[in-house]
Write a protein that binds this ligand. Structure first.
Ligand code: TMP
Length: 213
């Protein structure tokens, strides 16, 4: 958790095709309109190193075993936290991250079957223990999500994994949210975009310090 008065850290999570990008763009608009200048970033990515690691991780031509896959996501995350997220939070900014460590717990833990304690230990080292103040989980049946993602073009390395993998990680996200109900806002990603936008902004707005609403 970030310290009070030290910015606000928000993450968006969900299975493939859940509509994170659309909702992040709409949230960014609301934050700008409220006089904030949010830092919008994503995982993997968000730094020159992270962008290159992203290309490797999503390359459908590559075979990557579960542990190195997780370590690559963690490398991108460590660089992003140190170079982008913490400095922005220290300046009091709102940071919105498209995926964060919950994606590793869901995809590499529930999906690939890596041990949760191992994932949490390395994640603590990579992030210095930084977790979001609020995580929006856009929950969606992977059958629908993968169809949506397929309309965007050729599947990347993760999208082309089998349906049971995607079903496990979806359940993983739901379990993570149930374990931390104060941090997670779980929304049905099949709701209308405008309705989701309204619910997300309501949750974020109420977490902004009163002086900055
Ligand atoms: P994106 O397409 O939503 O930007 O995410 C990139 C892909 O990487 C997506 O399939 C989810 C996956 N991913 C993981 O498997 N583990 C992680 O820790 C993160 C951040 C993403």
């Amino acid at each position: 958790m970030t310290q009070p008065g030290h910015g606000l850290f928000l993450s968006f999570e969900g299975p493939e095709g859940a509509g994170k990008s659309t909702q992040i763009a709409r949230l960014a608009w609301h934050l700008e309109a409220a006089g904030q200048a949010p830092t919008i970033t994503r995982e993997p990515g968000g730094t020159p190193l992270g962008t290159r690691v992203r290309d490797v991780l999503l390359d459908p031509e590559l075979t990557i075993d579960p542990l190195p896959e997780f370590l690559l996501y963690s490398a991108s995350r460590a660089q992003l936290v140190t170079n982008v997220i913490r400095p922005a939070l220290d300046r009091g900014k709102v940071v919105v991250c498209d995926r964060y460590a919950d994606s590793s717990l869901a995809y590499q833990g529930f999906g690939r079957g890596l041990d949760a304690a191992l994932l949490r230990g390395i994640t603590a080292a990579a992030t210095g223990g930084l977790w979001p103040d609020l995580t929006v989980l856009l929950d969606l049946d992977p059958v629908i999500g993968l169809q949506r993602a397929a309309r965007r073009g050729q599947p990347d390395r993760l999208e082309q994994a089998d349906l049971t993998f995607h079903q496990r990680l979806r359940q993983g996200f739901v379990q993570l949210a149930e374990a931390e109900p104060d941090r997670f806002l779980v929304l049905d990603a099949t709701l209308a975009e405008a309705e989701l936008e309204r619910m997300i902004w309501e949750a974020v707005h109420s977490r902004l310090p009163a002086s900055r609403r």
